[in-house]
Structures are given as structure tokens and as C-alpha cells.
Design a protein around this ligand. Structure first.
Ligand code: GTB
Length: 223
């Protein structure tokens, strides 16, 4: 049996690849590991069976035999350690790739998530218009050093690695804000990630979930 991950039955982004199962799907595709997806509703995510897999009642989760994991970073790392293709063979290069993975998750993603949360929950509050530029500047303060490190390189540290997979996955969440476009080399870096065949296969797979749910919701012309 291939590993099974969970993903939204109805992703709020309508198949735009913004939910965190996308990075796990991408990792599977990069290393050539077949996988299965169990779609979960919002109600099912908070039910005891799912909470046993994920203490916060979220997606993605990962199950393989007796092993159950949560946290997209831990899952991608597990996949990268399990099969060749996402981590360099030399110990120092491997450690640097892990450093970029943690940088993406611990340093770059938090201000992006903070901005998204403000958009969802504070847009009608009197302070929102003053707060948004502050949140935007916090993101810019993270992007500028990443852009400087990338320089004119194709990837962050030589060959594509799990560090790039995670950094691209985090940065592309910014595209709707326009902030990514302020950093042309990062925008090009994200586009290079998205152009990888493995990314494309993962994107198509998660988009197919949305398309199937749309088709199922269409009235039957014969009926
Ligand atoms: N740190 C965890 C990880 O990296 O795995 C965070 C997991 C997480 O936030 N999961 C979200 C979730 O399950 C989905 S990805 N949320 C439901 C809940 O908490 O009840 C976050 C997300 C959701 C939707 C969009 N979107 O529609 O654009 C983008 C990102």
C-alpha cells in the first residue's frame, strides 16, 4: 500500500494549490513515490478519528503502515529522507538544504500566515487599514534577504532540494498580494519551481479534486 495523505474535500482556494497538501504531493512527485489521498470535510477534520492523526484537526496528515505524521514540514522531510531526489548526498549540503527548509517554515512563512489571518479575520476592524502595511513590511523584511542570498542562482544552494521545494511553496502563497512581484528574482524562482514537471503533476492532481467536486455539484442535464 502506498502512503496515504489527507487533503481538503472542498479546498477554499478552489484548486489553486495554496493548501499545504500541495507541498507534500510535490515532494512525492519529485521522488517518484506513489501516494493516495483521503479527502476530508471540515467536520471530519475535527472528529475524533482525524484528531488521533492530527492533534489540531488539520490537513495534511501522512499514514504509512503503522506510522502516522502531521505537519507538512515533517512529512516532506520524511519523504526526502526516505527516497533520493530531494536532499544532496554530502552531509554539509544536506544540512544546508534542511536549513533552508526550516528557514521557509520558521522565518518566512509566519509573517505570510499572519497577513492571511488578518485578511480573513480583521478586514472589518477599524485598525485593519493601518495594520496591513505593517504586516506587508514584515514580509518584505524576510523576502529581501532571501532574494539577496538567491542572487542570480537558479536555486538556493546548488541543485534543487527540499529547501527550494519548501521555500517556493511558502512564497507562492504571496502571489495574490502583489508583494512577490516586488522581488523579480524571487518571482522568477517561484516560477521555476512551478514549472518543474513534478510540481505540475501535483498541481493537476489537487486541481482535479476541485474540478470533480464542481462537476458533482452541477445539475444533471438529463435529470
Ligand atoms: N503547520 C501545519 C502544517 O504545516 O502542516 C499547518 C496545517 C494547516 O494550517 N492546515 C490547514 C487546515 O487544515 C490547511 S493549509 N486548516 C483547517 C483548520 O485549521 O480547521 C492552510 C490553508 C488553507 C486554505 C488556503 N486557501 O484556501 O488559500 C491556504 C492555506
Amino acid at each position: 500500500m502506498p502512503p496515504t495523505i489527507t487533503a481538503f474535500e472542498h479546498s477554499p482556494d478552489e484548486g489553486q494549490g495554496q493548501a499545504r497538501d500541495m507541498r507534500v504531493r510535490w515532494a512525492f512527485e519529485e521522488v517518484g513515490q506513489p501516494y493516495e489521498v483521503r479527502l476530508v470535510s471540515f467536520a471530519a477534520m475535527k472528529a475524533p478519528a482525524h484528531l488521533r492523526l492530527h492533534p489540531f484537526g488539520q490537513i495534511p496528515t501522512y499514514e504509512d503502515g503503522g506510522l502516522a505524521l502531521f505537519e507538512s514540514g515533517a512529512i516532506v522531510l520524511h519523504i526526502a529522507l526516505d527516497r533520493p531526489g530531494l536532499l544532496p548526498n554530502d552531509a554539509d549540503g544536506r544540512a544546508r538544504a534542511l536549513t533552508w527548509m526550516f528557514c521557509a517554515l520558521n522565518t518566512v512563512e509566519p509573517p505570510i500566515v499572519e497577513r492571511e489571518a488578518a485578511e480573513y479575520t480583521e478586514a472589518d476592524r477599524p485598525w485593519y487599514d493601518a495594520r496591513l502595511p505593517i504586516l506587508d513590511d514584515r514580509i518584505r523584511a524576510r523576502l529581501a534577504p532571501v532574494s539577496a542570498r538567491l542572487g542570480d542562482g537558479e536555486w538556493l544552494d546548488g541543485a534543487f532540494s527540499a529547501g527550494d521545494l519548501m521555500m517556493v511553496s511558502v512564497l507562492l502563497r504571496l502571489r495574490p498580494t502583489g508583494i512577490l512581484a516586488e522581488f523579480p528574482s524571487l518571482a522568477a524562482y517561484v516560477a521555476r519551481g512551478e514549472a518543474r514537471p513534478a510540481y505540475q503533476r501535483a498541481f493537476e492532481a489537487q486541481l482535479a479534486v476541485y474540478q470533480a467536486s464542481q462537476a458533482a455539484a452541477m445539475p444533471d442535464p438529463a435529470g
